[in-house]
Design a protein around this ligand. Structure first.
Ligand code: MSP
Length: 500
C-alpha cells in the first residue's frame, strides 16, 4: 500500500528591509528551520517560507535618507538577509519579496475579488495616524498624540479609503479565539479578547498619497496598506511559477496540511484577528499561529534597532559556530516569555551543556572504544529496559515538538544526554572488559546515534560529523534504534570545545 503523504507548511513573518536583521529576527527563523528539519526527519513533505516586506513609508523614508530609490535600497539589504540565513543554515524553500510581480498581481487580484464580493467597500477615514508604523490609533490608545508603539508624533488624517468588512466577522473570530486553540500560547488569546475584540471595527486597507506600495488598478491614487499586502504573502507564494505546491491544495478547508505560522508577540493582532478573517473571506482554513516572546537585553528591554541594544548574529556565528546559536535560541527561551541573550550567556550554554554534557560524552566513549577495541561495535540486546526508557524520552520529545513546545522539547534532549552520562558513570565503562564491555559499548553507541537524531534539526554541523562517525546517510526517525551490528565507527574531533 502506498504510504500516505504527510505535509507541513511553516512560515516566518516577512521582515522589513529598512535595516539589517538582528538576533530577534534570527530567533523566529531558527525555530522555523528547526521544526522544518524535524518534520523532514519524520517523513513529512515540507514547505518553508520566509521573505521580506518591502513596501511602505518606512522603507521609502530609509531609502530617501541614503539618496536611493526604494528598490535599490532594499535590493542591497536583501543580500544581507540571505547571507545571514545561509550562515545560520536556514533551508527555506522560497524567499518571497513583496515587490515580486507575482505577489503584486496576487494582492491586486485578491483585492478586486473581495471588492466584487462586497467584503471591501469605499469610505472615508479620519483619525490619528503614525507614518512610521503605518497604523491608525484611537484617542485612548494614543496618549499625548504619541504613537503607542514607537512614541513618534501622530498626525491627524482624513481621507478616502477602502475598508475591509472586519466587523461582520467579530462574533466568528471571538468564538474562534474562545474555543479553538489555533493561537498559542493561550495567554495571547486572553490579551486579544480583552484588548482588541470589544472595539473591533472595519479595517482601512488603503491609503492616499503613499509613495511606495501596491496601487489599486482602478483607483490609482490609493495604495494598499502594508499589512494587507504583507499577509497575503503566505498565499501568493504558491502562485509562483516554480512552486511545488498549489494554493488550493494547501489552504482549502479539507486539506490535511499542517500549517504553522511563527510570529513575534507584537504582531499577534494582525495574525490572529485580521489574518484569520481574511482567510475566512477567501474560504480557506485556519493555520496554527505560534506567537513567541521577545529576545531582550540584560536589562529586560526588547532588542531592537531603534533602542540600539541589538546583537547582530554574524560575528557570533563566526566565533562560536551556528550550532551553538541555534541551540541557545531553542534551549533558553520559553515560547510565551521573553528571554535574555548575551555573549556571556551564550558561552555559559556552550560550556555547560554542549561541551560538558554532549561533546565530552562522545569523545570519552570514542577514546574507550579505540583503546580497547579496534573501533567496531557488535550487536547486543542486553539493555532492553534502559532502551525502553530512552525510547519513551523520544516519544515525549516528539509529542512536545508536534505541539510546538520547542523549549520543552529541547529540555528532553538534555534529559536524554544526562541519562546516558549517568549510565556510563554508573557502570564505570572504563573498568569493563571483553564481552561485558562490548555489550555496554554497543548500547551506548546506539543511544549516541539515537541522540543525534534528536539533535539533528538543531545542531546541523555537528550532525554531519556524527553521520561521518557512523558512516550513515541521514537522521530520519526510521533509523531510530538502527541495527549497528558490525559497525565500524570513525573517529571524529570534538564537536564543541570549552571556551574560556
Ligand atoms: N513586516 C512585518 C511582518 C509582516 S508578516 C506578514 C514586521 N516585520 S519586522 O521586521 O518588524 O519584524 C518581524 C518579526 O521579528 C516580528 O515577528 C517581531 O516580533 C520579530 N522581532 C523583532 N525584534 C524581536 C526581538 N527582539 N525578539 C524576538 N522577535 C523580534 O513586523
Amino acid at each position: 500500500m502506498k504510504k500516505k503523504i504527510k505535509q507541513f507548511y511553516v512560515t516566518t513573518p516577512i521582515y522589513y528591509p529598512n535595516n539589517n536583521l538582528h538576533i530577534g529576527h534570527a530567533y523566529t527563523t531558527v525555530l522555523a528551520d528547526i521544526i522544518n528539519r524535524y518534520k523532514k526527519n519524520d517523513n513529512y513533505e515540507t514547505y518553508f517560507l520566509t521573505g521580506s516586506d518591502e513596501h511602505g513609508e518606512k522603507i521609502y523614508l530609509s531609502a530617501k535618507k541614503e539618496n536611493k530609490s526604494p528598490k535599490e535600497f532594499v535590493d542591497k539589504i536583501i543580500i544581507n538577509f540571505k547571507n545571514l540565513w545561509s550562515l545560520l543554515g536556514i533551508e527555506y524553500d522560497h524567499f518571497i519579496r513583496t515587490t515580486d510581480e507575482t505577489h503584486i498581481n496576487f494582492v491586486q487580484e485578491s483585492f478586486n475579488k473581495l471588492l466584487e464580493e462586497k467584503k471591501i467597500y469605499k469610505g472615508k477615514y479620519s483619525g490619528l495616524y503614525c507614518v512610521y508604523d503605518e497604523e491608525f490609533f484611537t484617542k485612548t490608545q494614543a496618549k499625548n498624540n504619541k504613537c503607542p508603539n514607537c512614541n513618534r508624533e501622530l498626525i491627524y488624517l482624513e481621507e478616502d479609503t477602502y475598508f475591509l468588512k472586519i466587523s461582520e466577522y467579530k462574533d466568528w473570530i471571538k468564538n474562534k479565539l474562545e474555543t479553538n486553540d489555533f493561537l498559542k500560547p493561550k495567554s495571547r488569546r486572553n490579551e486579544l479578547l480583552k484588548n482588541f475584540i470589544p472595539e473591533l471595527k472595519d479595517l482601512s486597507i488603503t491609503r492616499e498619497n503613499i509613495h511606495w506600495g501596491i496601487n489599486l488598478k482602478n483607483d490609482e491614487k490609493q495604495t494598499i496598506y502594508v499589512w494587507f499586502d504583507a499577509l497575503n504573502n503566505y498565499l501568493s507564494t504558491f502562485k509562483y511559477k516554480n512552486s511545488k505546491w498549489k494554493i488550493d491544495d494547501i489552504w482549502n478547508k479539507k486539506s490535511n496540511v499542517e500549517i504553522l505560522q511563527i510570529i513575534g508577540k507584537e504582531i499577534t493582532r494582525f495574525h490572529a484577528i485580521y489574518w484569520p478573517i481574511i482567510l475566512k473571506m477567501y474560504g480557506y482554513k485556519l493555520p496554527q499561529i505560534l506567537s513567541h516572546g521577545w529576545i531582550v537585553d540584560l536589562d529586560g528591554k526588547k532588542m531592537s534597532k531603534s533602542m540600539n541594544n541589538f546583537i547582530q548574529p554574524e560575528k557570533l556565528i563566526k566565533k562560536y559556530g551556528r550550532d551553538a546559536i541555534r541551540f541557545f535560541l531553542i534551549n533558553n527561551i520559553s515560547i510565551g516569555e521573553d528571554g535574555k541573550f548575551s555573549e556571556e550567556l551564550l558561552k555559559k550554554n556552550i560550556n555547560g551543556i554542549l561541551v560538558n554534557k554532549y561533546s565530552n560524552l562522545i569523545n570519552r566513549m570514542l577514546s574507550i572504544l579505540f583503546k580497547k577495541t579496534n573501533g567496531i561495535i557488535f550487536k547486543s540486546e542486553k539493555f532492553k529496559k534502559e532502551e525502553n526508557e530512552f525510547d519513551n524520552l523520544k516519544d515525549e520529545f516528539k509529542e512536545k515538538l508536534n505541539s510546538y513546545s520547542f523549549f520543552e522539547s529541547s529540555k528532553l534532549i538534555i534529559n536524554f544526554t544526562d541519562k546516558l552520562n549517568i549510565f556510563i558513570d554508573k557502570n564505570e565503562i572504563w573498568n569493563l572488559k571483553n564481552k561485558d564491555l562490548e555489550e555496554h559499548l554497543y548500547f551506548i553507541f546506539k543511544e549516541i546515534w539515537n541522540l543525534s537524531i534528536l539533535f539533528s534539526p538543531i545542531l546541523i554541523d555537528s550532525s554531519k560529523k556524527i553521520l561521518e562517525m557512523f558512516q550513515e546517510e541521514n537522521h530520519n526517525f526510521d533509523n531510530w534504534n538502527k541495527n549497528l551490528d558490525n559497525k565500524k565507527i570513525i573517529k571524529i574531533d570534538f564537536l564543541f570545545k570549552k571556551i574560556d
